[in-house]
Design a protein around this ligand. Structure first.
Ligand code: P6P
Length: 336
């Protein structure tokens, strides 16, 4: 049950019983994400004013320059989740290895782990383009009270208990699912509360927006090249509109509201794709499917992929069900 203008806190309490694992812990986890989101939002919004821009001088495991806000956001989400003693493990795009929380405490009966991309699209910060945080929540699979191990993190996306993103855009929104639909909450910065602004979000089953970095066209698989030419043909409701701003959360969010498809395929530069399975593709795929959308690597449902490495990458096709289905047909035809 949801009411417009309900606060996130009221929504969590009111819907807690509908979550099959209800024990209050997940609610506390979402609440800690909410707090960290407000803290990071404050810094992102003033990034242009304070000298926290620019590369931190370090590079993360992806070999990418770490922007200072990447590091800040990573620290804030980890700190908030740790201080509230809610999770037993965290994996982050900004951390080479997973982090065990309170492993020395045999009484640590916390059963959830969180995987997070603390600030996706951070290269856009310097040019004032929206960026986002993406998070994914699982129940651990190893015994309570023991240190988490890699197996706890390498679960298929279909085992997620919650997933969401924060988009730091013209307004700041928190969009998440616990497997019972997708709801969007907009931050009122004047009072620091998130309000239910987008109840029961759904992808239109069709759309006319395609989001792909066409600068990589010559390196795309043939099926993607064929699909892009199909999008550009004058036929029926085509040509589609091309919209790509280089920020997954923003492109995804727009496509979920208006209808569209986002594609980051494998290329010669990124032979297994660029996006990370565990803390980008799986959470966005969980949200997409909960919103009647679809997500695959061009052939296989994202949520059914068995992870093998913490930072592994996969090709990503995600959006309106019929558009992703069309793109998959082109991928199949090109393999024949
Ligand atoms: P490219 C940001 O680095 C990101 O992970 C996504 O947010 C975005 O959609 C994509 O990479 C942009 O990558 O290669 O097109 O600049």
């Amino acid at each position: 049950m949801s009411r417009k203008n309900q606060t996130l806190g009221e929504f969590i309490i009111e819907n807690q019983t509908s979550f099959k694992y209800t024990s209050g812990e997940l609610s506390r986890l979402i609440n800690s994400i909410r707090l960290a989101a407000k803290v990071v939002n404050h810094e992102v919004n003033k990034a242009g004013l304070v000298d926290i821009l620019g590369a931190f001088g370090d590079t993360n495991i992806q070999g990418e320059d770490q922007q200072k806000l990447d590091v800040y956001a990573n620290e804030k989400f980890i700190q908030t989740l740790t201080n509230r003693n809610i999770v037993c493990g965290i994996a982050s795009e900004e951390e080479d290895h997973f982090i065990t929380i309170n492993s020395q405490d045999e009484n640590n009966q916390n059963k959830y782990i969180v995987l997070i991309d603390p600030l996706d699209g951070s290269s856009n910060i310097d040019v004032n383009v929206s960026v986002g945080t993406i998070f994914s929540v699982y129940r651990r699979v190893t015994p309570l009270g023991t240190p988490v191990i890699l197996e706890d993190f390498l679960q298929k996306g279909n085992q997620q208990v919650a997933a969401g993103y924060i988009i730091y855009g013209t307004s700041t929104m928190l969009v998440y699912t616990t497997g019972v639909g997708v709801n969007g909450f907009t931050l009122n910065p004047a009072i620091g509360a998130f309000y239910l602004s987008h109840p029961n979000m759904k992808f239109p089953e069709d759309g006319n927006i395609y989001s792909v970095n066409e600068g990589n066209y010559v390196h795309f698989p043939q099926g993607v090249k064929d699909y892009i030419k199909y999008c550009q043909m004058e036929e029926g409701n085509r040509p589609y509109t091309s919209r790509y701003i280089g920020s997954l959360v923003s492109d995804f969010h727009r496509n979920m509201i208006k209808g569209g498809i986002y594609i980051y395929p494998n290329t010669s530069k990124n032979p297994t794709g660029k996006l990370r399975l565990l803390y980008e593709c799986n959470p966005m795929a969980f949200i997409a499917e909960q919103a009647n959308g679809k997500a695959s690597d061009g052939f296989t449902r994202i949520l059914d992929i068995q992870p093998t490495e913490l930072h592994q990458r996969v090709p990503f096709f995600c959006g309106s069900e019929n558009m992703v289905g069309e793109a998959e047909e082109f991928m199949q035809k090109a393999t024949i």
